[in-house]
Design a protein around this ligand. Structure first.
Ligand code: NAP
Ligand code: G4F
Length: 329
């Protein structure tokens, strides 16, 4: 019998890390999830399978800790999902964002180079790198024009991955993932902010939802689909970069409209525009061209925009009203 493959995930406590860990467990992997020290435990997203994975303590800010955990666990595959991932925060904390989201990638790549350059590497690149878009739709060949300290940090992380691939022949790949959401999405991101507010309003717990730019457009997919693409990239003979997207774009306004409609309400009665949630520089339109991922990886999304909104609203209603059965409009 061959030994189970070992996968090391940074950011395992986050949305994507939790779905990727579950996916890899289903594939028979031994999963090692990297966690950083916190004063209270934040294992909400992984607690239902925590006993099936190994937790390893380290931090993207500390290279020695990364070398130590890689030496100890000797993974076959390393998935770098950890980041300061909230765009709005990156203006308030630009240096910290650069340290974790940009230089953190170099620390991890360098740890791989030192410990075992045969480890395969996945970098969580982002459609935020396209920013003020140079073409529509955006593909692997579209030039980057980031519009936030977060986007700039991700461009650095992307190119240092390419550089280590070319300099040291690492099997290092980047997934340029467009926005992907789920019932595990952080409450500060606009989709979950909307679905959580819709649930609270429907249940009589709130009366309004304050949002920023309603006209921004995103290519929104379902997170469990997207972690499958990460794994597929590391199963290829050759490393590479792939856009992962649905190919559809919708505005924040449409997301709110669909979410309120799902519970029989009109978003115009509840949504209030609030300057506090506007950004110093906005990414107006994202829509991805996933042709390469579809042809080479055989990847395509399985959840439509309308179903994504429904899944998230229903989950928020269930979580706020766990003892009752709710029938949506
Ligand atoms: P998320 O929910 O915000 O999770 C981020 C993870 O990073 C958390 O587990 C967090 O740990 C960890 N982390 C932050 N700083 C760290 C540090 N210094 N050392 C170690 N761990 C640290 O993000 P996500 O939505 O799952 O996204 C996963 C990755 O994909 C991120 O790199 C993000 O930038 C990128 N991405 C996301 C999307 C999307 O639409 N979701 C699209 C493109 C790219 P704590 O729990 O301790 O805070
Ligand atoms: O949900 P958001 O905060 O996501 P954003 O900025 O697109 O970033 C997410 O996707 C990226 C991939 O493209 C990831 F790399 C990144 O880590 C993160 O996961 O905002 C989406 C849009 C923006 O245009 C924002 O201005 O929604 C607009 N928006 C309008 N009102 C709002 C709000 N965003 C938030 N968070 N809160 C609002 O009240």
């Amino acid at each position: 019998m061959t030994a189970a493959k070992r996968a090391f995930i940074t950011g395992v406590t986050g949305q994507d890390g939790s779905y990727l860990a579950e996916f890899l467990l289903q594939q028979g992997y031994h999963v090692i999830g990297m966690v950083r020290r916190t004063s209270t435990v934040n294992f909400e997203r992984i607690k239902h399978f925590q006993d099936q994975i190994t937790l390893a303590s380290a931090d993207l800010l500390d290279e020695v800790s990364l070398i130590s955990v890689l030496r100890e666990y000797r993974p076959d595959e390393v998935y770098n999902l950890a980041a300061q991932s909230f765009v709005q925060t990156s203006w308030g904390q630009p240096v910290f964002t650069g340290d974790v989201t940009a230089l953190g990638v170099t620390r991890l790549l360098d740890a791989i180079r030192v410990v075992d350059p045969d480890m395969r590497f996945y970098q969580a690149s982002s459609s935020e790198m396209f920013g003020k878009v140079r073409e529509v739709p955006q593909s692997e060949n579209t030039p980057f024009y980031p519009r936030s300290p977060y986007g700039v940090a991700k461009v650095y992380g992307h190119w240092i991955t390419v550089n280590y691939r070319e300099s040291y022949h690492l099997h290092a790949s980047s997934g340029i993932l467009f926005n992907h959401e789920s019932e595990r999405r952080g409450l500060e991101f606009v989709t979950r902010k909307i679905t959580h507010a819709v649930a609270r309003i429907k249940l009589g717990l709130d009366h309004e939802l304050r949002l920023g730019n309603l006209d921004a457009r995103r290519d929104w997919g379902y997170a469990p689909d997207y972690v499958r693409a990460m794994w597929l990239m590391l199963q290829q003979d050759e490393p590479g970069d792939y856009v992962v997207a649905t190919g559809e774009t919708h505005s924040v306004r449409e997301f709110a409209q669909f979410a309120f409609e799902h519970v029989g309400l009109d978003y115009r009665d509840y949504v209030v525009q609030d300057e506090r949630f506007m950004r110093p520089a906005e990414v107006d339109l994202l829509v991805g061209d996933r042709q390469r991922a579809q042809e080479v990886l055989g990847w395509q999304p399985t959840v439509s925009f309308a179903d994504l909104v429904r899944i998230m609203v229903d989950a928020d209603i269930r979580s706020l009203q766990p003892s009752k059965t709710y029938v949506s409009a």
